[in-house]
Design a protein around this ligand. Structure first.
Ligand code: GLN
Ligand code: ZN
Length: 761
């Protein structure tokens, strides 16, 4: 294939719209207030505007087919005719698509799971023996036609066959989906022909799975698949994109095929630069050199990036690119127009979101092609900003760093768990199988109104506090009436369990418009950790102590742990994540000590994201788990032995982190278990976990009310694995997404079940 090489591109772009237009259009369509025609024209407008921006910015190859109404993996399942029969039976294509994504009255949707180690979630294709693949390229070709008509140098992006199958799950007793790769190749060959016929010069196949642990065993598959696809006579030039880490052995495997280009992430794992330099077979390829970080929000060190590119010019022809798709960052820093928040003045100048990163790619590529002098001004500005950032006193708080090294030197200093349990039992006097909940209660209309009123200035802070206290009083009363043993305040004051703390800690910047797609129409605005973390004042004490004044029963303090706060934020790139984690941990530790001093006897520190940050390659995992559990223990070991520390974990299969759960050494761990049928308890036993545990006895993701005997059955199953002295009774997770009525009914059954089982012991 002779397609001209390009010199500057990005691997993908955000798609929700600069002002979340797509979210609003789709949700309107679901509600019936937006017509299908309007939805489609909003979508087409977003694509057109995005392409126009990329062309105007100077890219000479523009990714297309990165737009999606929900998810690119679902799009690929549709492309390959791999929707499960319950979905495929729906005749209307739009209804079918959204039914696969979110279900309807008759159809359960595809399962959703995390996209590698990002906060994006994709829909998991289901492959059974009955799946028979067929090509449906309307979306890819339609997108291409639109782009070409607009004069865009289009490069359709399609998820590659290896990643597609590796991320699929086998259902109905089928074997490993990857074993079916040969059935997909004719479809991809066909697709190549159709793209060529329609005028595509390039196509990008995304194969991020090659950087994962599973990818280590897939180099031969990569060689075979792309060797065969490259044999297609009439086809566009092929770029295979690897990202989120080093392609490892797959790089040489791909370089040995006749594909024209390979994209590598040179940010996540710096050793990839050497890997590229040591792969001679790249000499006749185009290398999409991902030197601009597609996942984080900092301006690129242009000087360092240019130096990296310089070391690679002998290895391959170069196109400057991003490390991965820009899907994972907000649209543009220029949308941040409100006055800068106190304490974070000047930080915006350090940032580059998608639009700014595109500009960096162009500057770097011009420096490479035309020489640094033509972009001297841009390099100068970049260097000045980097220097200002590096010298900023907010990045180095000696007090914080000094305290941390003191605490590290003296150790955490709590007694062993068994001794703590004795002290706590004496102090708390709880019954066997104590009942509790995970933290949040249903978000009532009154909470939403109060928040909106405060934001709009219709009420003052004091009135807001009064309204939140009224919510807390309701929740406390409800729990007393239900007979729950350990109460919570219900978290009405928290918009989000990470943002709430980020807004109260020095070193974090919140954005006004920094939205990123989490899944489908759900968008999040991750806080930006830019400096050393300091807690200026207590963050939760007044709410918890207020709740405690209303009841004789113990109220749990409720905090978010350091790993989760970092997992759901953009983080510093100028120090190891472990150091940032310890700084956050210190702030949480101070909060636990203040809570304890205010008379709070039980404190929960949530770490639902412990599994999320687990490195993709197994070799990197021990080091991560070591600092992650260390930072949790740092955050929870400032209290006395008779103060009980709880933690809460959810959202995952825990297989890879079972040992780490034991290492957290919380006195009580509540853990999602309803859907995994208590198997988690056997796993914990095997890992030597001997502390108290509250396996969730019902699934809070559904409005279904569990019957009392169902909960009893769960508890009896749990008692097979754990003695009553170590067992707690609680739901799977917080209740904020549930309605009040079903919550009350469910908790009533939970308490009754606990009492019944208790009586039978
Ligand atoms: N305490 C939080 C809540 O109940 C925990 C949420 C979570 O695990 N994601 O809402
Ligand atoms: Zn949870």
């Amino acid at each position: 294939m002779t397609a001209p090489n390009f010199t500057r591109t990005v691997l993908g772009v955000p798609r929700i719209g600069p002002r979340r237009e797509l979210k609003r259009a789709i949700e309107g369509y679901w509600k019936g207030s937006v017509s299908r025609a309007d939805l489609e024209s909003t979508a087409a407008g977003l694509r057109r505007d995005e392409w126009a921006r990329l062309v105007t910015a100077g890219l000479d190859s523009v990714p297309t087919n990165t737009f999606s109404y929900y998810d690119q993996i679902l799009d690929t399942a549709e492309l390959l005719g791999a929707l499960p029969p319950r979905v495929a039976a729906i005749a209307d294509p739009v209804d079918r698509y959204f039914a696969a994504a979110r279900g309807n009255a008759e159809v359960t949707p595809l399962e959703m799971t995390k996209w590698f180690d990002t906060n994006y979630h994709y829909l998991v294709p289901e492959i059974s023996d009955a799946t028979s693949f067929s090509l449906h390229p309307e979306k890819v070709l339609g997108d291409l036609a639109e782009a070409l008509a607009q004069g865009v140098p289009a490069r359709p992006v399609v998820v590659g066959p290896i990643t597609f199958l590796a991320l699929s799950k086998a259902v109905d007793g089928a074997g490993d989906p990857l074993a079916r790769i040969d059935e997909l190749l004719p479809l991809y060959r066909d697709l190549l022909g159709r793209l060529a016929a329609q005028g595509a010069q390039w196509v990008q196949f995304d194969e991020p799975v090659l950087v994962s642990e599973a990818g280590l065993g897939l180099a031969d598959t990569a060689a075979k698949v792309y060797g065969e696809l490259a044999e297609v006579a009439e086809r566009p030039a092929i770029a295979v994109a690897t990202y989120f880490g080093s392609p490892g052995p797959s790089l040489a495997a791909l370089a040995g095929t006749a594909v024209e280009a390979i994209a590598v992430d040179l940010v996540t794992d710096p050793s990839t630069v050497d890997l590229v330099a040591g792969t001679p077979a790249l000499a006749d390829k185009l290398l999409l050199a991902g030197v601009v970080d597609g996942r984080n929000v900092w301006r690129t060190d242009l000087e360092a990036a240019l130096a990296t590119l310089g070391t690679l010019t002998g290895s391959a022809a170069l196109a400057v690119s991003t490390s991965c798709s820009l899907l994972h960052v907000p649209y543009t820093v220029s949308a941040e127009t409100a006055p800068e928040p106190a304490g974070a003045e000047g930080v915006r100048a350090w940032l580059a979101f998608a639009e700014e990163k595109v500009a960096e790619v162009v500057v770097l590529s011009r420096a490479l092609a035309e020489g640094r002098p033509v972009v001297a001004a841009e390099f100068g500005r970049s260097a000045a900003v980097r220097a200002a950032r590096a010298a900023d006193p907010r990045l180095h708080d000696d007090a914080v760093r000094g305290r941390l090294s003191d605490i590290r030197a003296t150790g955490t200093g709590r007694a062993v768990a068994a001794e703590r349990a004795v002290a706590q039992r004496e102090r708390l006097g709880l019954p066997l199988l104590p009942t509790t909940t995970i933290g949040s209660y249903p978000q009532t209309g009154a909470i939403r109104v109060a928040r909106a009123d405060l934001r709009a200035g219709r009420i003052d802070e004091a009135e807001y506090v009064r309204r939140m206290q009224a919510e807390i009083a309701d929740v406390v009363k409800l729990q007393e009436d239900l007979g729950i043993d350990v109460l919570v305040h219900g978290e009405p004051e928290r918009n989000d369990m990470v943002q709430y703390f980020a807004e109260r800690l020095d070193g974090f910047l919140a954005t006004d418009n920094g939205w990123v797609q989490s899944y489908g129409t759900r968008c999040v605005r991750p806080p930006i950790l830019f400096g050393d973390v300091r807690r200026a004042e207590p963050m939760t004490v007044s709410w918890i102590t207020y709740a405690q004044t209303l009841t004789e029963r113990p109220v749990k303090g409720m905090l978010t742990g350091p790993v989760t706060i970092l997992a759901w934020s953009f983080v510093r790139d100028d120090q190891p994540l472990a150091d940032s984690a310890d700084q956050v941990a210190l702030a949480i530790r101070d909060e636990t000590v203040d809570l304890e001093q205010a008379g709070v006897k039980i404190i929960q520190v949530d770490e639902p994201a412990l599994r999320e940050l687990l490195p993709l390659r197994a070799a990197d995992r021990p080091a991560y788990l070591d600092w992650a559990t260390g930072s949790f223990r740092l955050s929870t070991s400032g209290v006395e032995d008779d103060t009980q520390i709880h933690t809460h974990l959810c959202y995952s299969e825990f297989g890879d982190v079972i040992g780490a759960i034991a290492d957290l050494d919380a006195d009580v761990t509540s853990i999602e278990a309803a859907r995994s049928r208590m198997e988690i308890l056997d796993d914990l036993n095997q890992a030597g976990f001997a502390n108290q545990v509250g396996p969730g006895v019902y699934d809070i993701h559904s409005p279904r009310v569990p019957a009392q005997d169902e909960v009893e059955a769960s508890l009896r199953a749990a008692l097979e694995a754990v003695p009553a002295e170590r067992l707690w009774v609680n739901p799977d997770c917080g209740l904020k997404t549930r309605g009040t009525e079903e919550t009350v009914a469910s908790l009533r059954n939970l308490v009754a079940a606990a009492k019944a089982v208790r009586a039978s012991l």
